[in-house]
Design a protein around this ligand. Structure first.
Ligand SMILES: Nc1ncnc2c1ncn2[C@@H]1O[C@H](COP(=O)(O)OP(=O)(O)OP(=O)(O)O)[C@@H](O)[C@H]1O
Length: 353
């Protein structure tokens, strides 16, 4: 498509995408807002009204797109299945890779709109002819960890108005411009369809008989007590185990077949130095596989960065050799590669040792 000055902006009704609309309009773009209906807890559609109202005030057109079926099939079912197979899912990463950005592109293509945008706190940069995601200036809000899976035809056309801003600045802009509701909206916390509490979500959505109490064992096979059902636990978990010995215990292994969980009192026994990834995406393979530069791998959104070497295997996986051990690696989690502030790619952990 020929480049033009039109942009389709994903609008959640929240602070960031509202300010993104203001800034894109200030920059001279013809903005259209789209709100995806992904999931509506208790049929609450206030976010749709907020997005619509903001667009009216800015005199920009607004559309809604009902993605609830796609979201249920691709994200919620996946999320439940992952926990039910003893893995730790990454719904936000998958939603960005498979739904949010591809939908923005599809709708923009249909409407003859060249650019698409969100309120993500990330930037992009062209390196050696390849567009890369880079970290947002606000280190506390940086969302680059979730965006390793996007292809070039999306990266090239995306606009990221939050990239150089801090959240405080964004709130200030909303308030100065008189968008007080947007300025004072609370930050979203965790996974949008079950913020901070995936256990209750699983209880609501999974047949009772599929999540049954089982046993905790130590590494020698001695029973340590009862747990509430293996899907309620994740590798490395320490709190909320419900057993009280005079020492800290960590989830080391989850065995769905026998509904058992192995605990260890040695955090160092959860240390591993190798991972294998499936479903990976690498922006520029030679920048990752044929380099002597320091590559960083992150498996958590915050406060973790390990040096590594990345090698493609003959059967299509990525073999990650960690230069320093990492604790609590869970199958299903995402791993993202960085060189300095640049996201080089990522994938989904299928095994570790
Ligand atoms: N339901 C939705 N429809 C359209 N775009 C969305 C929707 N939800 C999120 N987005 C886009 O993805 C961006 C990142 O979403 P996320 O939920 O991580 O952010 P957020 O910090 O809560 O952002 P916001 O303050 O804009 O709600 C949003 O800024 C917005 O541009």
């Amino acid at each position: 498509m020929q480049e033009n000055n039109k942009v389709l902006l994903g609008m959640s009704g929240g602070t960031d995408s509202s300010v993104a609309a203001l800034l894109l309009q200030d920059a001279g773009y013809e903005v259209t807002g789209v709100t995806f209906r992904f999931y509506e807890k208790g049929n609450n559609t206030e976010y749709l009204d907020d997005a619509r109202e903001l667009c009216e005030r800015l005199h920009i057109s607004h559309i809604t797109y009902d993605a609830r079926n796609e979201f249920r099939e691709r994200i919620i079912s996946y999320f439940i299945n992952e926990y039910m197979t003893g893995r730790t899912p990454v719904p936000c990463t998958l939603c960005n890779n498979y739904l949010k950005w591809p939908l923005l592109k599809k709708l923009a293509d249909e409407k003859g709109i060249y650019h698409f945008a969100t309120g993500h706190y990330v930037q992009k940069r062209n390196i050696d002819g390849y567009w890369h995601i880079t970290t947002g200036t606000d280190a506390d809000k940086d969302q680059s960890f979730f965006l390793w899976g996007l292809p070039q035809d999306i990266l090239q056309r995306m606009l990221l108005p939050m990239g150089k801003l801090t959240k405080n600045k964004v709130r200030e802009i909303a308030a100065e411009r008189g968008f007080l509701k947007a300025a004072h909206k609370r930050d979203s916390l965790g996974v949008c369809f079950c913020p901070m509490d995936y256990r209750s979500f699983l209880k609501e959505h999974v047949k009772k008989e599929l999540i049954m109490p089982g046993n905790f064992y130590d590494e020698s096979g001695n029973c340590l007590g009862k747990h509430e059902g293996y899907p309620f636990y994740t590798i490395g978990q320490r709190r909320g185990l419900g057993i009280y010995l005079n020492k800290a215990l960590f989830v080391k292994q989850i065995i769905p077949q026998t509904n058992s969980i192995i605990l260890s009192d040695q955090l160092c026994s959860l240390r591993q130095t190798e991972m294998y990834l499936t479903d990976w995406h690498v922006t520029n393979p030679s920048a990752l596989f044929e380099t002597t530069d320091e590559i960083i791998v992150k498996i958590r959104y915050r406060k973790q960065a390990n040096r590594c070497t990345v090698i493609p295997t003959p059967d299509g996986q990525l073999h990650i050799k960690l230069h320093e051990p990492l604790t609590s690696i869970a199958a299903g989690q995402a791993a993202a590669f960085y060189r300095d502030d640049v996201v080089l790619g990522g994938g989904i952990i299928c095994s570790s040792l």
